[in-house]
Design a protein around this ligand. Structure first.
Ligand code: PLP
Length: 377
């Protein structure tokens, strides 16, 4: 049996090695390392795939979020609503820009931001909401877009974990994660669903004016060379990464199907087990399983992780500490107990290996090993 990994990028690479190696060699040969034709090329392919008017490539997903907030003209003191159960990047850029993060709890089934909690958190200072499509499944964008129109708020989708996921709007139209709000952000970090071989990111929008501003901000606020109209940043996608992403984008749906196969295997193995709650499937969004995350019940999660590690199976906790309990984000407005769902999830979730290369033998070994431990209780 091949060694089990949380994410097996090596086995995935082996299958596309010829194509990737030749694409990388071509870029080196051309020496168009930055903003070469491959970047434009990938941008257009991604626009087509997502059905969105503008893709603005940038250096990483964190930059995508920061640049979006800058281009939308958010100012210190503006309140931005974000979930308390997520990766730090969301709250980080809000804080870096001097905006005020307003945290809200998540839904205990989908792990995603709770629209009812959003409604309660809106004040006259609220300017934007950042729904995070956590673990590969979309937040309830219907309700969130309704809240946005009613209160005139920007929606910045954090689609870093949900590349390729579809959301079915209440009028029946299918939209890709990240293309529903005013602006969408993604990351091409190697372990993401569409990952490159380094850092990378992109911003999506249908708004022509906003796209122009986003392109300006990622390029030092420059419109005409050495004319700086806005304060910007330096955030670029390398040509080598773009060339790799173009090759992997062609396989993204196939990759999502492989992740779903693994998820179904896990689901079947753990079905009905009172000690393990399998991930809820939300009717309006398909799941692209960036992570396969179980909620454990009635046993010590750390002991299960130790048991799995002892058998050569990695397992991780995403995320062990809620945002409001992080040292850097201590805030007199928040204390332990304020976000009960997030706090309970942080104590009980466990993520199993999830990637495109898991085979039946590995899946059987993983599920048998989990059940061997859990059934002891
Ligand atoms: C990965 C990730 C980011 C940040 O992306 P980077 O490319 O690592 O900067 C932001 N938000 C979420 C939810 C993520 O998973």
């Amino acid at each position: 049996m091949r060694k089990i990994q949380m994410v097996d990028l090596k086995s995935q690479y082996e299958k596309i090695k010829t194509e990737i190696d030749s694409a990388i060699a071509n870029i080196i040969e051309s020496t168009a390392f930055i903003n070469g034709p491959e970047v434009k090329n990938f941008q257009q392919e991604l626009e087509k795939y997502l059905g969105v008017k503008h893709v603005i490539p940038c250096a990483n997903g964190t930059d995508a979020l920061q640049v979006s907030m800058m281009a939308l003209g958010l100012k210190p003191g503006d309140e931005v609503i974000a979930p308390s159960f997520t990766f730090v990047a969301t709250a980080e850029v809000i804080a870096l820009l001097g905006l005020t993060p307003v945290l809200v709890d998540v839904d205990s089934n989908t792990f995603n931001i709770d629209p009812e909690a959003i409604k309660k958190a809106i004040t006259p200072k609220t300017k934007a909401i950042v729904p995070v499509h956590l673990f590969g499944q979309c937040a309830d964008m219907d309700v969130i877009m309704d809240i946005s129109s009613k209160h005139n708020l920007f929606i910045i989708e954090d689609a870093c974990q949900s590349m390729g996921a579809d959301f079915i709007m209440k009028n029946g139209t299918k939209k890709k994660a990240g293309t529903i709000g005013h602006v969408g952000c993604t990351s091409f970090f190697p372990s993401k669903n569409l990952g490159c071989y380094g850092d990378g990111g992109a911003i999506f929008t249908d708004d022509d004016e906003l796209a122009k501003k986003l392109r300006t901000v990622v390029n030092h606020g420059m419109t005409v060379r050495y004319h700086h109209d806005l304060i910007g940043v330096n955030s670029r996608l390398d040509s080598i990464q773009a060339a790799i992403l173009k090759i992997k984008l062609k396989r993204l749906d196939e990759y999502a199907a492989a992740r779903n196969n693994a998820a179904s295997y896990y689901d079947n193995a753990f079905k009905g087990n009172p000690k393990l709650k399998t991930p809820a499937r939300y009717a309006k969004s398909n799941h692209v399983f960036h992570q396969y995350t179980l909620i454990t019940n009635g046993f010590d999660r750390t002991k299960l992780i130790e048991h799995l590690h002892g058998k050569g199976i990695p397992a991780m906790v995403y995320y062990p500490i809620p945002m409001h309990l992080q040292k850097a984000y201590q805030d007199p407005r928040y204390k332990e107990g304020d976000f009960p769902v997030t706090e309970a999830l942080a104590k009980s979730v466990i993520s199993l290996p999830m990637h495109t290369e898991l085979d039946a033998e590995q899946l059987k070994y993983i599920t048998d090993s989990v059940l061997e431990f859990v059934n002891r209780y």
